[in-house]
Design a protein around this ligand. Structure first.
Ligand code: GCO
Length: 255
């Protein structure tokens, strides 16, 4: 009984921004749970490298070079890839960037770039993918939020605002599309070792702060997000919607 609850066989999952980092690891986990994968990124080369690596693990993988902010690409490339991959049953909105700096020193363009990539892209891609989910009366949307969906940290203003917005967009999606048997949830990673956070981990003072501030006394490993992603992508979570599950080593639970 319990194994089938988490079985993604016969499903197709699109993970945006999945040619590297957390997105690639989440895609890998969904693939090993049975889903056919659509990897997404802007760089053809990085995408192909990720595709080869996951294919070598025996996974079914399609590559979708698409800018998640280009409405024409979204409108045309998604239906095109679905002709090969099958309809997208699971959408993980993972694409995101980080830009750090004093909030008062951000210019409009830098602010907009973070908000667009981290928040607007989730709206634009979901708006296209949800058409099929509505038609089939079934779908799973997982938005990759952040512990910054709940708290701020100096120098991360635009990112924090974008991830707070993504938390509330998740709830909006749950409210809007629940009647079509579509569940929308979020995952909020704590501090994980990725390319985006490597500069932080390389700073002994920041590394020490994360380990002291996190009850688990360590950084998260990308593979530690897989269980939550598979749960939210699977029948096991069919009556769960609008929730953000924080995978953060306990950091948000503690002062
Ligand atoms: C920072 C980090 C964080 C984490 C991530 C955790 O500058 O503090 O970039 O924002 O990367 O958001 O979920």
């Amino acid at each position: 009984m319990s194994a089938s609850l988490f079985d993604l066989s016969g499903k197709t999952a699109l993970v945006t921004g999945s040619s590297r980092g957390l997105g690639r690891e989440i895609a890998r986990g969904l693939g090993h749970a049975g889903a056919a994968l659509i990897l997404n990124g802007r760089s053809e080369q990085t995408l192909r490298t990720a595709e080869r690596s996951l294919c070598d693990e025996g996974l079914t993988v399609y590559s979708l070079q698409m800018d998640v902010l280009d409405e024409d690409q979204i409108q045309n490339k998604l239906p095109e890839i679905e002709k090969s991959s099958g309809p997208i049953d699971i959408l993980v909105n993972n694409a995101g960037i980080q830009q750090r700096g004093k909030l008062e020193e951000f210019d409009r363009a830098a602010w907009q770039s973070v908000l667009d990539t981290n928040l607007t892209s989730a709206f634009l891609v979901s708006r296209q993918v949800v058409k099929g989910m509505i038609a089939r009366n079934a779908g799973k949307i997982i938005n990759i939020c952040s512990l910054m969906s709940e708290v701020g940290r100096q120098t991360t203003g635009p990112y924090t605002a974008s991830k707070g917005g993504l938390k509330m967009l998740t709830k909006a999606m749950a409210a809007e599309w629940g009647c079509y048997n579509i569940q929308a949830n979020g995952i909020g990673p704590g501090y994980f070792l990725t390319e985006m956070t490597q500069p932080l981990a390389d700073d002994p003072e920041f590394d020490g702060w994360v380990k002291k501030r996190t009850p688990a006394r360590r950084w998260g490993l990308p593979a530690e997000l897989i269980g939550t992603a598979v749960y939210l992508a699977s029948p096991a979570s069919d009556f769960v919607s609008g929730q953000i599950i924080y995978v953060d080593g306990g950091i948000l639970a503690s002062l």
